[in-house]
Design a protein around this ligand. Structure first.
Ligand SMILES: NC(=O)c1ccc[n+]([C@@H]2O[C@H](COP(=O)([O-])OP(=O)(O)OC[C@H]3O[C@@H](n4cnc5c(N)ncnc54)[C@H](O)[C@@H]3O)[C@@H](O)[C@H]2O)c1
Length: 419
C-alpha cells in the first residue's frame, strides 16, 4: 500500500478545517488534485488560495468515488458532522485512504459503519484527534511511560473553551443545536475523552456525568437587550457582544482566518458588519437559538481503579487545557505549554517544556498538533507504516463510545458501565 510521491490529496468540504489541512499538506510537498465544496464563495476562495495546484472540481464526493481512475491517493473528509458518514463510507469503498475529521459521526451506528467500511476496504482511516499529536502530549505520555510519577492513580483535566469561542461555535454557530451536530461533549470534548484514554492507557470501565445549559437561555436576557448586537444598547458592556468580539479581531491575521472567515469571505470592516447585521453570528446569545450544554463534568473509572475527572466549560478564557496527574511517586501539573513534575522520592520539582507553537485555538493549529497530524498521515501514506498514527479506527470508535455513554449517564443521572 506504499503510495508514490508526490502524494495527491482530495478535499471534501473545503471549509475551515479542510482548507487548513490542504495548506499543511501542500507545505509538506503534497499536491491537491480534487475538491468538493458546495458553497460557491468558499470554493472560489479555495481555488484562489491553491491556484498553483492541479485541482479538479467535483460537484459531489460521488463524482470522485465513481471515477474509474484514481483522482488522489487519499481524501480529507472535513464536511459538517452530520455529513461524514456517506462520503467516508463511499470513498473508503472506492479504495481511498481517509483523513476524517472528528467526531467520526454523530451516532455510534454511523461511526461503526464508517470504521467497518474502512476495515473491509483495507484503507487507512485516521480520525483527526489532533491533541494526541502535540509535542506536549507526546512528552507527557513519555514521562508517564518512563515512570516519572510511578503508577498513575488519578487525573484532573480542564477544557477551557473560552467565553467568546463558546458563544461563536456553541451558541451562534454550527454546533449550537444538538439535532444539527451532536451533544457538546461529542462535538467539542471527544478530543479530551480520547486524549484521556491515550494518556491513561487503560480501558475505561464506568462513567458518570452532570451538566446543563445554565446561562445562554432566554430568561437570562436583559430586558433592554436587542435581537442583534449591532442594535443593542448593551453592546459595550455585554461580554458576549458580537460587535465587540468580532470587530476586535479585524487586522489580526490569525483571527481573520478563524473565526472571522467563518462569518464571511469578505473579511473587512464592512464585510464583518454585514455578517453581523444579516447572519447568525450577530444574534443575541440569549435568544434561544442553542440547546447544547454550556458546562459539563465527566468522571471516568479505568481498569484497575485509575480515575479521571474532566470539566469542560464556556466560562473561561480560550486557553490550553490544564491537567494534573497524580501518581504513586510523583505528580505532574500541565498548562498546555509546560509540565511541572514533582518527584516525591527526592521531594523536588522540575519543569519540562515541550516545543509548542502558537496558541491553543484551531486558528493557530492547536499549538502545532494539526501540523503533526498531517505529517503523520502523509508519512503513513508514503511508507505504508501506520505506527506514526497515534490511534487506529477501532480505538477512535472506543473513545467515542465513552462519550456517548457519558451522555447517557448525564441524561439518566446514572453511573454507566462501559461494555
Ligand atoms: N479536529 C478539530 O480540532 C476540529 C476543529 C473544528 C472542527 N472540526 C470538525 O471538522 C469538520 C468541519 O468543520 P469546519 O469547522 O471546517 O466547518 P466548516 O463549516 O468551516 O466547513 C465544512 C465545509 O463542508 C462543506 N460542505 C457541506 N456539505 C458538503 C457536502 N455534501 N460535500 C462537501 N462539502 C460540503 C461546507 O460548505 C463547508 O465549507 C466538522 O466535523 C467539525 O466538527 C474538528
Amino acid at each position: 500500500m506504499i503510495v508514490p510521491v508526490p502524494l495527491r490529496l482530495a478535499i471534501v468540504g473545503a471549509g475551515s478545517r479542510g482548507t487548513g489541512y490542504a495548506r499543511r499538506a501542500v507545505a509538506e510537498g503534497a499536491t491537491i488534485t480534487a475538491v468538493v465544496e458546495p458553497d460557491p464563495e468558499r470554493l472560489a476562495a479555495f481555488l484562489v488560495e491553491f491556484s498553483g495546484q492541479p485541482i479538479e472540481r467535483f460537484d459531489t464526493w460521488q463524482g470522485i468515488a465513481g471515477r474509474a481512475e484514481r483522482v488522489a491517493d487519499a481524501v480529507v473528509v472535513a464536511t459538517p458532522d452530520r455529513l461524514h458518514a456517506d462520503p467516508a463510507i463511499g470513498l473508503a469503498e472506492a479504495g481511498y485512504h481517509l483523513l476524517l475529521e472528528k467526531p467520526i459521526a454523530p451516532t455510534e451506528e454511523e461511526s461503526a459503519r464508517i470504521v467497518r467500511a474502512a476495515e473491509d476496504a483495507g484503507v487507512m482511516l485516521a480520525v483527526c484527534h489532533v491533541m494526541r499529536y502535540s509535542a506536549y502530549s507526546r512528552t507527557l505520555k513519555r514521562l508517564l511511560d518512563d515512570g516519572a510519577i510511578g503508577q498513575l492513580v488519578s487525573v484532573e483535566h480542564l477544557e477551557p473553551i473560552g467565553w467568546w469561542h463558546f458563544a461563536h461555535s456553541y451558541v451562534r454557530g454550527n454546533w449550537a443545536r444538538e439535532e444539527e451536530s451532536g451533544p457538546m461533549l461529542l462535538t467539542k470534548s471527544s478530543h479530551d475523552i480520547d486524549w484521556l484514554s491515550y494518556i491513561v492507557g487503560l480501558p475505561a470501565e464506568r462513567v458518570s456525568s452532570f451538566g446543563s445549559l445554565l446561562h445562554f437561555r432566554p430568561e437570562n436576557k436583559p430586558a433592554e437587550a436587542a435581537a442583534r448586537c449591532l442594535d443593542c444598547p448593551l453592546q459595550n458592556t455585554c461580554a458576549y457582544s458580537a460587535t465587540t468580539i468580532y470587530r476586535g479581531f479585524l487586522g489580526d491575521e490569525t483571527f481573520e482566518r478563524w473565526p472571522l472567515a467563518v462569518l464571511t469571505t469578505d473579511v473587512s470592516a464592512a464585510g464583518v458588519d454585514r455578517a453581523l447585521r444579516e447572519g447568525p453570528y450577530g444574534r443575541c446569545v440569549y435568544d434561544g437559538q442553542n440547546d447544547v450544554v454550556d458546562h459539563q463534568v465527566v468522571n471516568i473509572e479505568y481498569s484497575g481503579g485509575v480515575t479521571a475527572s474532566f470539566t469542560v466549560t464556556a466560562f473561561t478564557e480560550l486557553d490550553f487545557r490544564k491537567t494534573r496527574l497524580f501518581g504513586t511517586t510523583g505528580s505532574i501539573e500541565g498548562d498546555g505549554r509546560t509540565l511541572v513534575v514533582h518527584d516525591f522520592v527526592r521531594d523536588e520539582k522540575y519543569e519540562v517544556v515541550p516545543e509548542t507553537r502558537g496558541n491553543a485555538s484551531a486558528a493557530d493549529g492547536h499549538g502545532g498538533a494539526d501540523d503533526a497530524l498531517v505529517h503523520a498521515f502523509l508519512d503513513a501514506l508514503r511508507t505504508g507504516d501506520r505506527s506514526g498514527l497515534l490511534s487506529g479506527p477501532e480505538e477512535s470508535l472506543a473513545t467515542h463510545r465513552i462519550v456517548w455513554l457519558a451522555e447517557e449517564a448525564r441524561r439518566q443521572g446514572a453511573v454507566v458501565t462501559i461494555p
